[in-house]
Every structure is written in structure tokens, then in C-alpha cells.
Write a protein of this length. Sequence first.
Length: 285
Amino acid sequence: MTASAQSKNTPSRDAHVLLLAAGDIADCRKTPAETSNAALTATLVEQELKQVNQGFVVTLGDSTYPIGAFSEFRDCYDKTWGKFKSKTLPAPGNHEYGVPEAKGYFGYFGEAAGSRERSYYKKNIGTWRLISLNSNLKGTAMQEQIDWLKNELKNKDASCTLAFWHHPRFSTGGHRDNDFMEPIWRLLSSANIDLVLSGHDHNYERLAPLNADGERDNLKGMRSFVVGTGGAKLTPMFFPRAMTEVRQNEVHGVLKLRLFKASYDWEFLPVSSTNFSDRGQATCH
């Protein structure tokens, strides 16, 4: 299967920042870290980072299995993706909360993960603003995150914005849509955000640009990716929908994003030879 997307305006080939993203990563319950699928995806990341001056790694939650204990980070994640720790922008998944208050996650990533009290943050890189959100929050804690996000989106300090968290708002993977993320999705949509990344479903899916209601909008819609292919066992998918542009659950890999001044391009990098490919490019809103 192959797929690509091309904007009408070809992005300029100027200086860029590299992002490598995946979620659902390190599981050493049956395989030592050194021979795990997480080690294979880590090799891809390492090869790509060596080729650029400025590169970052984005984790989309469920960095370790089964419960996100600090020992799992130390003995499994750290031996694979840990080599990029200083360049990693993390987001927590539900498995991190297998330990109360996700203490393993916050203990491992430290200040890079924000804090247990405010587990969401932003980072400006060049002309891009990256926003890490916590999709595990509920009640008052979730509302506080939404209020923070509202204020953050008022700032016009970047020409392009990418948001990332664990539970996808829309997905045809085994977990399907996550309606509790609708308020955040609508808020981001109203601010004309460009890109959204999530994990949770153990597959790769690129969705069409969607508006606040999940309807295709090629002009102002947000393009989103589900990248749950970081190393954990891949899982079945439901039938594709009209919003699905491309998807696969046959090979692990990472999403490569190149962020230019007012545009971006993407490519799925598989860990092994496959007939599947996905690459494309677009301009920011």
C-alpha cells in the first residue's frame, strides 16, 4: 500500500527542524531490551538524528509496559529510547498511570515532562510551537489544562503549531474515537492548529484534515496522525472511514517530520522492508 499527499503550494526547502515521533514503545516482558521492537525503532531514530543539526524526539504515551514503573523506564525504555532522553519531548499515556500519579514517568523524565501538578507544557522551536497535553486528566485537572491551553493559544508567538497527546480524538484503531478529547480538539480547531499527533492504538494512521466536528476540511482542518508503532505489539483495526487517508498495522516504525518556516513534510519510517509507505507535505495555515 502506498499513499501520499501534496499541497498546492510546495513548501520551500529551507532550514528545518527534525521531529521523530511514536508512542506505545518499550515492552520487555517477553524480550530483552536489546532485542525488542523498541530497540529497532530506536535504531531508526538514532540514524536520523545523526544527519541533522537540530532534532527532537516526541513520545506519544505508553513509553513503557505494563504499568510505567520507574524500573521499566530504567531497564527497558532507557536501554532503547533512553539514548535520546536529552532531546525528548514526552507525553504520558494510560500505562504510565499504572503507577499512582505516574511517578515512574515523572521520575524518569524530570522537568522535561512538566510536573505532576501541571503535566502539560509548550516548547517553541524556530517558527513552530509544540504543545504537549495530558489526555489522562479528568474533572478539575482536565479543566485546568483546558484553561491553560486557551491562554496559550492566545499567544501569537509562532507561525505553525503542533499538539500531541496519547488518546486520539479520531481513530479507526482498536480503541476507536476518544470523545472525552472533544473539548481540546474543538479548542485547537478554533485556533487553526496545523498538526496533531497521538498514539494509544497500536497502528499507524494518517487522517484527512478535519474540522471541529470531524468533517474533512482541506483548507483549515487539522491534519492528525496516530503513531502507536513504537515497539509494543501491533493490534487489529476496525474498518476505515471517510476520514482515513492511509493506515497499517503490519510493521513498527516512527513518523519523521521536517518542520520548515511555514510548512512541513512527513514520512513513515518502517523498521524493516515493507510495501507500505506514506509521505507528503503541506503548508501551515
